[in-house]
Write a protein that binds this ligand. Structure first.
Ligand code: GDP
Length: 326
């Protein structure tokens, strides 16, 4: 039975959870007919998207991302929001186990009817995960969710992919820190609109204060990304629910300031264009690799390049010629 065929835009727009979950499954499918159905569905609901605040949350493993999202989500829901949490976790492909997506995470939120939690699609490349997460985000918006959190683990390049699909990028850090800022690359710090030092409680409180001061110093040396917002450093305890309401207030302030200046809609337009180019390059590469004449030439040319008998640039030209010629 083809369950996927039964999803209608009307079901999705009415906020039907099962329809939403199934629509996301359709998006994650590798079958060409599923992809086409997903595209049609997306086209139809696209006018109803874009009415949420999109927040990306990243941080090193163990920083308290899921604890934070539970606490933050509670505040947002209390303020009347409908929250969807999506994950970008390419680690499952590399390690065979997922850093983010086990079922016990965010157990409280997952029981609330105002929240929808979707773990990361497994076994895909980062590009694949990011593409599907972007589409899932739009589906969640169409289904009426007005706060979308995209979570990722602070290793590798997934933060950049997430920052490219959200309005606000929030980086969670641990107390302590020091010079290397917990393995968080400088480029990632530069993407952050809010840096939140978590675990600012009990014995860890003084270290959290020091970490916040270190980060504030580091941020002062960086070029701000936006005219209407300078990155802020906050402290909280997700576990004890201290300072979370303030983080929520500042996230709201960000949305207000960036909306009023026009930078938020401008950022979304830039992101949509960048997305088009990602789609184009991914699709082109897939089409090229699937081309029979190219596949043959590729095997041969790869060997020659490896053996140093032909330069990569000239091999690439020959592959393109085979592609365009056939
Ligand atoms: P994640 O891997 O980033 O999702 O981190 P988790 O949310 O699973 O938290 C990792 C550990 O840190 C757990 O044992 C949490 O109970 C603990 N933790 C999370 N937030 C806080 C906090 O605000 N204070 C303290 N002391 N511990 C916390």
């Amino acid at each position: 039975m083809n369950h996927a065929a039964a999803i209608t835009p009307a079901q999705l727009l009415a906020g039907d959870r099962r329809a939403l979950a199934r629509a996301i499954t359709l998006i994650e499918s590798t079958r060409a007919d599923h992809r086409r159905q997903a595209e049609v569905l997306l086209e139809e609901v696209l006018p109803k998207t874009g009415r949420s605040l999109r927040i990306g949350i990243s941080g090193p493993p163990g920083v308290g991302k899921s604890t934070f999202i539970e606490a933050f989500g509670r505040h947002a829901i209390a303020a009347g929001k409908q929250l969807a949490v999506l994950a970008v976790d390419p680690s499952s492909r590399l390690s065979g186990g997922s850093i983010l997506g086990d079922k016990t995470r965010m157990s409280e939120l997952s029981r609330m009817k105002q929240a929808f939690i979707r773990p990361s699609p497994a076994g895909l490349t980062l590009g694949g995960v990011a593409r599907r997460t972007r589409e899932a985000l739009l589906l969640c918006e169409a289904a009426g969710f007005d706060l979308i959190i995209v979570e990722t683990v602070g290793v590798g390049q997934s933060e950049t992919a997430v920052a490219e699909m959200v309005d606000l990028f929030l980086l969670l850090l641990l107390p302590g820190g020091g010079d290397d800022l917990q393995g968080i690359k400088r480029g990632i710090m530069e993407l952050a609109d809010l840096v939140v030092v978590n675990k600012a409680d009990g014995d860890l409180a003084p270290a959290a204060e020091r970490a916040a001061a270190d980060v504030a110093n580091a941020l002062r040396l960086m070029q701000p990304l936006h005219k209407s917002w300078s990155p802020e450093v906050l402290r909280c305890s997700a576990l004890r629910d201290i300072g979370i309401d303030h983080v929520w207030d500042r996230a709201q302030a960000f949305a207000t300031a960036m909306g009023a200046s026009g930078e938020l809609p401008a950022r979304r337009r830039i992101q949509a264009k960048a997305w088009l180019w990602h789609e184009l390059s991914d699709n082109l590469l897939e089409t090229l690799k699937a081309h029979p004449a190219v596949a043959e030439r590729l095997v041969e040319l790869e060997d020659k390049v490896a053996a140093g008998r032909i330069a990569p640039a000239s091999a690439a030209r020959q592959v393109l010629a085979a592609f365009l010629g056939g």
